[in-house]
Design a protein around this ligand. Structure first.
Ligand SMILES: [Zn+2]
Ligand SMILES: [Zn+2]
Length: 267
């Protein structure tokens, strides 16, 4: 059975694992190698299960450990050519990915990677390049959209095909506006190349969730401009106003910033 774990989500580090009995794909490597190894050990998952790594974009909270991890365990890393170039130039990535393990994906083209059929798609964000992933395995469709300034028509088509969705609920719009961040940073976060607010996340779910959707995980919550309960309540209220009842139509959970979740069965 396909399974999912989040090891950490937010500006201190992002990393998620999708895995089967034989194969696994790590999405982003923004937490330390030691933390990742410990989490895997705690769950009884051998590191060899991480057959491949997918990267969404080259910001440090998504790539800090990608070079070390890939080198230590000889793991291939997939992303777009631009993201690979960004990782190479990123001084936070001290150990670089070896050339033979750096593999390029093209947006909107599906590639079979081990047991996973992977389609990267364009996501507006102020990194060198940014993609979301639509991943199919064992008849289950999983979609991740994080660090996303706005939900484009293309993103909508992937959300509407997903059984399981990880989507950003970065900030509460009022908290960000009234909060301590300097104006230029507030503008950056609120911009179409920035991050998705709780409100926009809720609206995206109202517009694009279908009967296929079973579970939504809210990811990449801001420590300063959001609270897990507030994110959940805001999204839930927007859904309720449109007649969508959380727990009936689909489940909703907030991913913790620094603590691994349990193991979720995706069937
Ligand atoms: Zn990020
Ligand atoms: Zn980012």
């Amino acid at each position: 059975m396909l399974k999912f774990i989040s090891f950490g989500s937010g500006s201190s580090g992002n990393s998620y694992l999708l895995y089967t009995d034989k194969d696994g794909i790590l999405i982003d490597a923004g937490i330390g190698v030691r933390s990742l190894k410990k989490a895997l050990r705690d769950y009884g998952i051998p590191i060899t299960r991480v057959g491949n790594i997918l990267i969404t974009h080259d910001h440090a909270d998504h790539v800090k450990s990608v070079g070390s991890l890939s080198r230590e365990f000889d793991i291939p890393v997939y992303s777009t050519k631009e993201v690979h170039e960004g990782i190479f130039k990123n001084y936070c990535v001290v150990k670089k990915i070896e050339g033979r393990n750096a593999h390029c994906l093209r947006k909107s083209e599906t590639k079979q990677i081990g047991e996973f059929s992977v389609t990267p798609f364009n996501v507006p964000h102020d990194s060198t390049d940014c993609v979301g992933y639509f991943i199919q395995s064992e008849d289950v469709s999983f979609c991740i959209v994080t660090d996303v300034g706005e939900i484009t028509d293309e993103i909508k088509t992937y959300i509407s095909q997903a059984n399981y969705l990880v989507i950003e609920a970065n900030h509460d719009e009022e908290m960000l506006k009234d909060g301590p961040y300097p104006e230029h940073l507030k503008r950056r976060i609120m911009g179409i190349q920035g991050h998705l607010s709780n409100k926009k996340c809720g609206e995206a779910l109202v517009e694009n969730s279908t009967e296929k959707l079973k579970m939504v995980w809210l990811c990449h919550l801001s420590e300063e401009n959001n609270h897990p309960e507030l994110a959940r309540k805001t999204v839930e209220a927007i859904l309720r106003n449109s007649g969508i009842i959380v727990g009936k139509e689909f489940g909703l959970e907030v991913l913790k910033r620094k603590t691994p979740t349990g193991i979720f069965d995706l069937k």
